[in-house]
Design a protein around this ligand. Structure first.
Ligand SMILES: [Zn+2]
Length: 208
């Protein structure tokens, strides 16, 4: 990938297609209706999956699409700050937590014990946010390791949704039906999305 060539193409060709929109978005400010919490994985591209325009999505991507629980202290909470801002200032109407197949973070949880803390000190700690999913999957039966990983990826999404509700402003807005939470599971190999149906406690194809 040649990044400079890519930038030149963007300036000369692509930006022109969006120029009027960007000028309007600067003049009026942004008012995205949806927050997207996805994995940093280079293969999970929110604007591509949802065919969105500039100004449509407020995006946070981190390793594993994790949501740390509400815990106000003096630490630097990037994801928590983004959630707060999206809900309290931008007043988004939807938050999508989007997990995906073949997630390196989920796989790494099974290798976490052998991780060295010298070079991966933050990563090892961060992966704790997926451990409840791993624990629940290890109690159930599965046929293959790929099934086990998919189950963990999906279970993790439901735990991140629970963590979202630990934010007082999120809980309040969900209860007053001003905010809706969604769990998505994106298949890298087919581009298909399944959504979490809480009544059935399972993931269903979005066309259903
Ligand atoms: Zn991932």
């Amino acid at each position: 990938v040649n990044i400079t060539e890519g930038y030149k193409y963007f300036q000369n060709v692509k930006f022109k297609n969006y120029e009027d929109e960007f000028i309007k978005l600067v003049k009026d400010g942004q008012s995205p209706k949806t927050m997207f919490i996805g994995c940093s994985d280079s293969r999970v591209i929110p604007s591509l999956i949802m065919n969105t325009r500039p100004g449509d999505l407020f995006v946070v991507r981190n390793i594993g699409n994790f949501v740390p629980p509400f815990k106000p202290d003096q630490d630097f909470h990037g994801t928590a700050a983004a959630i707060e801002y999206a809900v309290s200032v931008l007043k988004v109407e939807n938050i999508i937590v989007c997990g995906h197949s073949h997630c390196g973070a989920i796989k790494a949880m099974y290798e976490r014990d052998s991780m060295t803390t010298e070079s991966l000190i933050h990563t090892k700690k961060w992966l704790e946010l997926g451990l409840p999913a791993k624990e629940i999957v290890e109690k159930s039966s599965f046929t293959s390791s790929s099934d086990k990983l998919e189950m963990t990826e999906k279970a993790s999404i439901t735990f991140q949704l629970k963590n979202l509700l630990t934010y007082p402003e999120v809980k309040k807005s969900v209860e007053s039906k001003e905010l809706f939470l969604h769990g998505w599971y994106y298949h890298l190999e087919s581009g298909e999305v399944e959504y979490y149906n809480s009544n059935k406690n399972s993931f269903l194809k979005i066309s259903d």
